[in-house]
Design a protein around this ligand. Structure first.
Ligand code: ASP
Length: 605
């Protein structure tokens, strides 16, 4: 028997054809001696029927009947048959093959399945089996049509990106997976070397240094669908290994890079949805994003913006604000307009948000409501009527509006405010889930200064081109993020291409010459051989797919993901290694037989 058609292919135009279908027995039922089976494969489901009364003369009914008894759920089978119209009234309009069925004339069991641990039919929302079971039997989970569609979507998306980049002169080049650690800010996964005992390779957090060296090597335009590895705590949109569409270009400025990305995203969009995406994408400066939306990747599809009140309240005899302002902090307010939100948020909800504010790092949350034209709450007594009036005007407060006021150090307060804004928007259903809004977040700083240690840290990474003198009070970085609906899809930058400047940035980050030489000597050396001006970006493929498909976690768009505990329930990795192998690597483990209890690992946003 040789397959003539897939299970998603037959239509009314095929009536009378002799076909051979091969696929999995998804669902079967018996109606008075007539067996109906949903035969499934990647392409769809076709109803196949064993109807002893209706078979061509000479068919060995008893033999086929015996074979059909072995057709258990999820067994893989082959059937010969004739395409016929379904009995009127039994057509399935939701299934493209739903007008026809295949009358079985011969059958073969290709491989029997043991009873699957869960039902693979199309589950209604919310009745999916437990995620651990899905992960343990991922090859079965992937048979579900929803997962098949996800894999098809992902494959198409990556294919479109490749097509676009290829048409634009990019070379697809693989960079090493076994390498030296690149400081992308996370912990490395390390691989011991047998040949050089006591030394380790690091799995790449990103191909950053190699792609830059490809520019030194005159490759001009590089891309790679690159697997990256970061040993970080679990998050909904993080995995120990993930995929980035990584690219680099020579002789470009930031606009060239962004234009290329907008072109690529639009091309992908058109290929996926047949629609034109509006370009250029809007831009928002880092500071504006933080001060208006409390996030460097704000979801701008809804309002609830913050307005600075620092100047308005600076003379209010309210101790808490006074202390915060004296330490250089900020005060900002969010106006929940009566008609959108204010009326829906009652006193109990306000208390709930005050508690939430504490959880997300805000010292507290002040509120005021406009009743009969006046701001009211238990703290208005600390404000003069002029200041209250000024708050009203600045915030555009009208009758029934509810004001939330946040105060504290700039970054932590806006970040906390951003989390609160998101929570309120979700609670009040203000997020339009069917809108996709791409934008660039730019005008970023080059460094962040740790408020406790006073140490400099990179805002992105140490290879970003500074925009001004490193000794200036504020140093901007030529870096930007591509964001979509409150998520960072990827970040890019122009790079330093001058060895001395690269060293100066390392110095600023606290690395002495010895550390620079040890960690980055090879790279700085490469820059000294005529490195061209260059820049690049990397886009998270998993994240992009998850957002476009409205999936809650990136695990849903990865064929074989790790779970929240960075474990693969399918193959049991990570696992112990035999003593003789460890010996060969000259490794002694301290963990011994210790069993860690990961149960209480919480997944953060
Ligand atoms: N290597 C960076 C990252 O993984 C992206 C880039 O700057 O190209 O975030």
């Amino acid at each position: 028997m040789r397959r003539t058609n897939t299970c998603g292919e037959l239509r009314s135009s095929d009536l009378g054809k002799k076909v051979c279908l091969q696929g999995w027995v998804r669902f079967s039922r018996d109606h008075g001696g007539v067996a109906f089976i949903d035969l499934a494969d990647r392409y769809g489901i076709t109803q196949i029927v064993f109807d002893p009364e209706d078979l061509p003369e000479g068919t060995d009914v008893a033999r086929i009947s015996e074979i059909m008894k072995s057709f258990t759920r999820e067994s893989v089978v082959s059937v010969d048959g004739i395409v016929r119209k379904r009995v009127e009234g039994t057509e399935d309009g939701r299934n493209p093959t739903g007008e026809v069925e295949v009358l079985i004339t011969d059958a073969e069991l290709l491989n029997k399945s043991v009873t699957p641990p869960f039902e693979l039919g199309d589950q209604k929302e919310g009745v999916l089996p437990d995620e651990d079971i899905r992960m343990r039997y991922r090859y079965l989970d992937l048979r579900r049509s929803e997962m098949v569609q996800t894999m098809q979507f992902r494959s198409k998306l990556v294919h479109l990106a490749r097509q676009y980049l290829d048409e634009n002169g990019f070379l697809e080049i693989e960079t090493p997976v076994l390498g030296k650690s690149t400081p992308e800010g996370a912990r490395d996964y390390v691989v011991p070397s047998r040949v050089h005992p006591g030394t380790f390779y690091a799995l790449p957090q990103s191909p950053q240094l190699f792609k830059q060296m490809l520019m030194v090597a005159s490759m001009d335009r590089y891309y790679q669908v690159a697997r990256c590895f970061r040993d970080e705590d679990s998050r909904k949109d993080r995995q120990p290994e993930f995929t980035q569409l990584d690219l680099e270009m020579s002789f470009v400025d930031m606009k060239d890079l962004q234009d290329m990305m907008e072109g690529m995203v639009s091309y992908i969009w058109k290929g996926l949805y047949g629609q034109d995406l509006v370009t250029p994408f809007p831009h928002i400066a880092y500071r504006d994003a933080m001060e208006r939306f409390g996030s460097d990747k704000p979801d701008m599809r809804y309002g609830l913006e913050f307005t600075k009140l620092t100047d308005v309240v600076k003379d209010a005899p309210y101790k808490i604000f006074q202390n915060i302002l004296a330490e250089g902090g900020i005060v900002a307010g969010m106006n929940l307009k009566a008609e959108i939100a204010g009326n829906k948020v009652g006193r109990n909800d306000v208390d709930r948000y005050i508690n939430y504010a504490k959880k997300v790092g805000l010292g507290g949350l002040t509120w005021m409501r406009c009743v009969d034209g006046k701001l009211e709450s238990n703290i208005v007594k600390y404000f003069t009527p002029e200041i209250l009036e000024n708050i009203k005007t600045t915030m555009g407060v009208e009758e029934g509006d509810l004001l939330f006021i946040i105060a504290g150090p700039w970054k932590a307060t806006y970040e906390g405010g951003g989390a609160l804004r998101k929570k309120i928007a979700e609670d009040l259903d203000l997020v339009p889930n069917d809108v996709f809004q791409f934008f660039w977040m730019d005008e970023c700083p080059m460094f962040e200064i740790d408020p406790v240690s006073g140490k400099y840290d990179s805002f992105h990474h140490p290879f970003v081109l500074p925009q001004n003198d490193l000794d200036d009070d504020y140093v901007g970085g030529a870096c930007f993020d591509l964001c979509l609906n409150g998520n960072e899809l990827g970040s890019g930058s122009l790079r330093i291409h001058n060895a001395d400047l690269q060293k100066a940035v390392f110095h600023k980050l606290g690395l002495d010459d010895e550390r620079i030489e040890e960690n980055f000597g090879f790279f700085v050396e490469a820059l000294s051989y005529g490195a061209p001006p260059h820049g690049g970006i990397a886009i998270g493929i998993d994240r992009l797919c998850a957002i476009l498909l409205n999936k809650d976690t990136i695990r849903e768009v990865i064929a074989f993901p790790k779970n929240k505990r960075a474990t693969s329930l399918l193959d049991g990795s990570p696992s112990k290694v035999a003593d003789d192998k460890l010996e060969e690597l000259q490794i002694i483990t301290l963990a011994g037989d210790m069993d860690f209890d990961f149960e209480d690992i919480e997944e953060s946003e």
